[in-house]
Write a protein that binds this ligand. Structure first.
Ligand code: FES
Length: 122
């Protein structure tokens, strides 16, 4: 197995908080920026194939214990599918509701001299 690196553009080309459709090695990926962090995963929902790049980058609600105050957190780390609303953690590709069974392939995104580099196995 060899890793091929793909330069997908300057970091200034991508804003935080919105999904971008990109093609890497012939595969459709979605790229998400959260500040200085970048995440990429397959741009196809495992439920029925919608493109995540047409969805929304959001956060999620969480509480430490039942009955505790609910916080809206992890803003910019969750993507919502545009068709039926399934939500995925962009840092892991895992579904929020079935993380042990439903996930999307993720790709490592590196920043090298202000350029975004995605490594892909071939
Ligand atoms: S296609 Fe994504 S939730 Fe249905």
């Amino acid at each position: 197995m060899t890793l091929t690196e793909h330069d997908i553009g300057s970091i200034e080309d991508f804003e935080s908080g919105r999904p971008y459709s990109i093609t890497v090695g012939g595969k459709a990926l979605v790229l998400i920026r959260k500040g200085d962090q970048f995440f990429a995963m397959r741009d196809a929902c495992p439920h029925a194939g919608a493109r995540f790049s047409d969805g929304q980058v959001i956060g999620t609600s969480s509480a430490d214990k039942p009955g505790e105050e609910i916080d809206y957190c992890r803003i910019g780390e969750i993507i919502s599918c545009p068709w039926h609303g399934w939500e995925f953690d962009v840092t892991t590709g895992k579904s929020l509701t079935r993380p042990d069974r439903v996930r999307v392939r993720t790709y490592l995104v590196k920043v090298v001299k202000n350029r975004l580099i995605i490594s892909q196995a071939s």
